[in-house]
Structures are given as C-alpha cells and as structure tokens.
Design a protein around this ligand. Structure first.
Ligand code: GUN
Length: 282
C-alpha cells in the first residue's frame, strides 16, 4: 500500500480503461453521450463543467453542452430535461449544482429519468443503493471505493468513520462502505466526542467542508485517511479538510488535495455514462 494514494494516477487508469471500452462500443454502433446542463455562470461550476467536457473528449464520450442563462425559468429547464429523457441518443443527463436560487433543485433531480441519472441523485437510485440493487451511485463516494480497492485497502471488517452526512457524499459513502462489509460510523456537526470516534477509525472519510479541520489528534496510527474537502486558501493554494502535513506523519495512507478524491469523481461520472449506454443499448 502506497503511503500517498494517487487519485490522479488511479483516475487516469480508469479513464484509459473507459477509452478502450468506448472504442469497442462504437464498433458495435453504441455512442455514449452525456448531456451537461449549466444554468447561469457560477465560475466554480464553469470549471467543473469544463473538466467534465474534457474527460468526455478524452474517453470518447460525446458531450452535449446546454449553457442556459441565469434567468431561465424552472419550467424551461424541466422541459429541456424531459426532452433529453426521451432522446435515445442521450445516455446521461447532468444538471450542474447549485442552480440559481429561483429554481427548485429537488424537482429538477426528480425530473431526470433514473435511467439517465449518472450523478446518482434521483431518489430511485438512492433507494437502490440502500437496498443493494442495481442503479447509479453518486460519483464521489463511488470514486472513493475505487481508490481504496485499487490501492489494496481492505474494507471488510474495518471500522470506517465517515464525517459528514450530505446526500451527495456522506450518506452514500456510508451505504457503500456497509455494502463492502465495513463497520460504519457516521459523524456530523452534532456528534459528541468526534475526536475519540475518529481515533477509532481504520478508514476515515473526512467530508466536513472545513479547511484543515482534522489534525493528527484525530487519527489512529496507521489509519487510511480519505480527504473529500477542497478549499482555496488566501495564498491561493488548495487544501482539504485534513491538515495533510500533520496527519501524513501518523496515517498509514492518505489522499492528497489536489490529486486525491477530486479526479476520481469525474472518472466515475464517465464510468456511469458508459454503463448507462451499455444498459440502454442492450
Ligand atoms: N456540484 C458539485 N458537485 C456536483 C456533482 O457531483 N454533480 C452535479 N451535478 N453538480 C455538482
């Protein structure tokens, strides 16, 4: 097991595998296609959307970009989604979040066909995950499972502590670790004795959204530390939820920021798109 878990390398391996798979699918007349919708021009969202388009181009997935103005009405967006739901040449639909304040995120997610919900946000896919049925899984936690597997970290029987309970990361992460036979504890802002619980973790997933929140006091010697956070410091440098320099000394393995979890999210989005194309065309 490497001390630094290289998400950049592992995500590259996955994208290379997908590129081969897409090339094989194209020979059979299957052309995976992702529709990416962005409403308004939030600069961070524009960067994420740009990276998704780049990953599509690399893997051979067609990306169709819908850049809608900030003033787009909820109904106009829903109409577009319904049209894409019906379009057999589109295999994945992604609405970049957050959407402008006048829009209803919940209704948007509910309107995307579960069969094309490559983000894994639709309640049907969330339900499938908890039942252990087939469906799309949220990309960041799915990427973390791949990081652990491909780094040779065993999950079975391990105490996995997830700090954060968001719908996109914490909750699906807990379900996936459970599915891998981990013993899972979920902590959040109301948790008492957070430090003591984290110190019991064999695998710690840090997703609190606070820069450098976790120092070595939270970490058991030899634990695997997965950092989901990404923050821009005043000196323009990026950091995670984990104080890397401090924690790196006690952890058995740790993901860096950048170059850890981040690139895995996009690789898993590509994976979900290819999977969707295979499912829809078979
Ligand atoms: N905004 C931040 N992360 C995500 C994501 O994973 N999917 C979408 N659609 N929007 C996001």
């Amino acid at each position: 097991m490497d001390h630094i878990i290289d998400g950049k390398k592992i995500s590259q391996d996955i994208k290379d595998e997908l590129r081969d798979k897409v090339s094989e699918l194209k020979k059979k007349g299957i052309h995976p296609c992702l529709a990416v919708i962005q409403v308004g021009n939030d600069p961070a969202s524009a960067v994420y959307v740009g990276n998704k388009k780049k990953a599509c181009a690399y893997t051979g997935i067609e990306s169709r970009a819908y850049e809608l103005p900030e003033e787009t009405s909820q109904e106009e967006l829903l109409e577009l989604i319904r049209r894409l739901n019906q379009d057999n040449t589109v295999h994945g639909i992604l609405v970049q979040l957050p959407v402008p304040d006048h829009m209803d995120e919940r209704e948007i997610i509910h309107t995307i066909s579960p069969a094309k919900d490559v983000d894994g946000f639709h309640p049907q896919n969330v339900g499938s995950l908890s039942l252990g049925e087939e469906g799309f899984v949220s990309c960041t936690p799915a990427g973390i499972i791949q990081l652990l597997r491909r780094s040779g970290v065993e999950i079975d029987g391990k105490h996995c502590v997830v700090v954060g309970r968001s719908n996109i990361v914490g909750k699906p992460m807990a379900m996936l670790l459970l599915r891998e036979n981990g013993t899972v504890t979920v902590c959040h802002s109301h948790t008492r004795n957070l430090k003591e619980i984290c110190r019991q973790a064999d695998i710690l997933v840090a997703a609190v959204g606070k820069p450098r929140f976790f120092n070595a006091d939270y970490i058991k010697e030899g634990a695997v530390v997965i950092d989901v956070g990404i923050h821009r410091l005043e000196n323009r440098k990026l950091c995670g939820d984990v104080d890397f320099e401090n924690v790196e000394k006690v952890a058995g393995a740790i993901t860096p920021v950048p170059g850890g979890v981040g690139p895995m999210t996009i690789a898993m989005l590509m994976n979900n798109c290819v999977e969707s194309a295979v499912r829809m065309c078979s």
